[in-house]
Write a protein that binds this ligand. Structure first.
Ligand code: AMP
Ligand code: MN
Ligand code: MN
Ligand code: MN
Length: 275
């Protein structure tokens, strides 16, 4: 069975509509797909209908933005009830902060000489209520400030660079609580991406586990081979299961396509063990 448990649609910062994501995954041999839009479940209904037509198994998901210590971390929710009121309120609260943040990102870019970035990013937004740094990144490429999407985040939008603004997302305890109340599993997304010391990583994993977190994303395009081994080993020692997801955002933007990650390494408990 081929699992891909992390990807995005036009309901957040992906380039394909939910039905297109589902059909693409099915045609590429994915058996079980989770659609995990940032802070949003609105694409799941369309994804469900497409999954029923193609015969692929759809796992309802989302990717929650969380502030932990001074970092932003992402928690993938798998197997949630997308109509759960507490989860919906939590997601709405996270999304609510994005508009003001986008204004502040644009002000920061203006200070660096890049005008009208808010309007520019808005032109790339595909779901009215979700504006993300990806939309600013697409604007920066379109406006010629950076040649390729893969180079945007090293020059803009990240700590120390123009267009980065600090932002308070959900608390880790709240995010895990909402996911569990909605019947889902909480997965710490792409841990290799966080700029954190070894002791900080240990604190993050320990806290995540103590709060009831279920799994760690071991396979991710953000991880090289040594990080896959590192997080497989950490998952085992923290008693967490392991997940795998392409984090696909769309053609031309994602190096790893739907379903293209290798299987999980041996010796970990897959997050889908009891599905
Ligand atoms: P936001 O949730 O608005 O902070 O936007 C985060 C999104 O920006 C991520 O989900 C990615 O799609 C994108 N992103 C962040 N950092 C990078 C990076 N270094 N390279 C490519 N995309 C990135
Ligand atoms: Mn994204
Ligand atoms: Mn993420
Ligand atoms: Mn993602």
């Amino acid at each position: 069975m081929r699992y891909d448990l992390h990807c995005h649609s036009t309901h957040s910062d992906g380039l394909l509509a939910p039905a297109e994501v589902v059909r693409r995954a099915a045609s590429r041999g994915v058996d079980v797909l989770a659609l995990t839009d940032h802070d949003e479940v609105a694409g799941l209904e369309e994804a469900r209908a497409a999954a029923d037509e193609t015969g692929i198994t759809l796992v309802p998901g989302a990717e929650l933005s969380v502030s932990w210590e001074e970092l932003t971390v992402h928690v993938v929710a798998l197997g949630i009830d997308p109509s759960n009121a507490g989860l919906l309120a939590g997601l709405a609260a996270i999304r609510g902060g994005r508009e003001g943040r986008a204004r502040r990102i644009a002000e920061s870019l203006a200070t660096a000489g890049i005008a009208d970035a808010y309007e520019g990013a808005r032109r790339h937004v595909t779901a009215e209520r979700l504006i993300s740094r990806t939309h600013f990144a697409r604007f920066l490429v379109e406006a010629g400030h950076v040649r390729e999407m893969k180079d945007v985040f090293s020059r803009y939008l990240t700590p120390g660079r123009p267009g980065y603004v600090p932002h308070a997302w959900a608390a880790l305890s709240d995010a895990i609580g909402w996911i569990h109340a909605a019947g889902g599993q909480a997965v710490l997304a792409h841990p290799g991406r966080y700029r954190v010391s070894p002791s900080g990583l240990a604190r993050l994993l320990g806290e995540f586990r103590d709060l009831g977190g279920d799994a760690v994303e071991v396979r991710s395009p953000s991880h090289d081979a040594s990080q896959v081994a590192q997080f497989a080993s950490l998952a085992r020692s923290y008693g967490l299961a392991a997940s795998s997801g392409s984090d696909y955002h769309g053609p031309g933007e994602s190096r790893v396509d739907l379903g293209d990650l290798p299987p999980l390494p041996d010796g970990v408990d897959p997050v889908w063990k009891d599905w």
